[in-house]
Design a protein around this ligand. Structure first.
Ligand code: FAD
Length: 319
């Protein structure tokens, strides 16, 4: 579940006209569009419209929108880079708050202060150019800094929590709060943010001096490795299922044992290169991808008795 706060019984036209009326009053500096296709904002390139799509310009805008949603009981979903979500063909009711404009990165000694909407690759590049190491592992992974903190993104043997020192977020009341993450609160794809509907505004990561050339060399190797694994060949959201160590093998290998690579369902396909990646062949509906995820999960359960836990989050109306 994402940062989806408030459920509403109102239909589309009612929400839109109510929001149109009220947004003038709350006066945000960012942009507001209606009926925005989410396929434009997700790496799967699928998903129906967001009823209201807001790009806040600053934290004050975010707070105003949260307070508005709270007082009007309007549903709210926070969007980072859209690299780990599957949005329903029916779209998302209420407001989607896209953090992309809050992307400032600044240096303080060997720490970086990073706004939630900054791309993780931009953060790695910013650090490498200044001779700071510790965040190179995530270079070329799609997604925003906020999304990576939200789920403690992990790759090449490292995870975000290893360098994360401080997070500024908005709580459910719309108040700004600070967290100094304790290592034990962050584990494999598990963080306090996944359990609480808070909005990450900014984080501080602590890095260490390193040679810029060596950092770039390593970063380019990660990028090449992802390219070789077909990560950028077709729209996808990276790994579909989490890796559960109790199963004795990565999810991709378990799926491979069933010979499922290349299986298609509508416009969705299990990548011919990697069993734990599902791709949009160009004409997939979100439903095709969702059904293929369910199919793999059922096959693995029937054959091996393991329940693979999806990593990709379904968002919007899946009824
Ligand atoms: C080709 C490819 C390769 C990938 N490889 C990896 C990998 O190696 N390792 C890995 O861990 N992941 C990987 N992923 C998945 C994805 O990149 C990560 O999960 C990433 O951290 C998602 O960030 P995002 O900004 O796109 O989040 P989104 O998909 O936009 O959102 C994901 C969740 O985070 C929440 N969220 C986002 N921003 C905020 C915020 N500011 N405040 C509160 N909640 C927020 C959303 O509400 C949602 O619930 C890959 C994806 C692709 C497409």
């Amino acid at each position: 579940m994402g940062a989806l706060f408030y459920r509403s019984a109102l239909g589309y036209t009612q929400i839109v006209s109510k929001v149109r009326e009220n947004l003038k009053r709350i006066n945000i500096e960012g942009s507001v569009v209606y009926n925005e296709p989410m396929a434009k904002h997700t790496t799967f390139r699928v998903g129906g419209p967001a009823e209201v799509y807001i790009r806040p310009k600053n934290s004050a805008d975010v707070a105003k929108v949260v307070q508005y949603c709270r007082s009007s009981q309007t549903p709210l979903f926070v969007l980072g880079g859209g690299a780990n979500i599957l949005v329903s063909d029916k779209g998302i009711s209420g407001i989607v708050l896209a953090m992309e404009s809050l992307h400032h990165i600044s240096l303080s000694g060997t720490d970086l202060l990073v706004q939630a909407g900054a791309g993780v690759s931009e953060v790695s590049a910013f650090a490498a150019e200044r001779g700071l190491g510790g965040f190179e592992f995530i270079y070329s992974m799609p997604g925003s800094f906020g999304g990576a903190v939200w789920m403690n993104a992990r790759c090449y043997g490292s995870e975000v929590a290893e360098v994360l020192r401080e997070v500024t977020y908005l709580d459910t009341e719309g108040n700004v709060a600070q967290m100094y993450p304790a290592r034990e609160e962050f584990s494999y794809k598990d963080t306090p943010f996944m359990k609480n509907p808070w909005i990450i505004l900014e984080g501080k990561i602590s890095l260490t001096p390193a040679d810029p050339n060596s950092l770039w060399k390593e970063m380019k190797e990660f990028e090449t490795d992802r390219r070789t694994k077909g990560h950028f060949d077709a729209p996808c959201a990276g790994s579909v299922f989490k890796n559960n160590r109790d199963f004795g093998a990565p999810s991709g290998q378990i799926i491979d044992r069933l010979g499922l690579r290349g299986t298609t369902l509508g416009g969705a396909q299990i990548s011919p290169i990697h069993g734990n990646i599902i791709i949009n062949q160009g004409n997939a509906r979100a439903q095709d991808i969702g059904d293929l995820i369910d199919f793999v999960q059922n096959q693995v359960h029937t054959q091996f008795g393991f329940h693979l836990e999806p990593e990709v989050i379904r968002v919007g109306d899946w009824t």
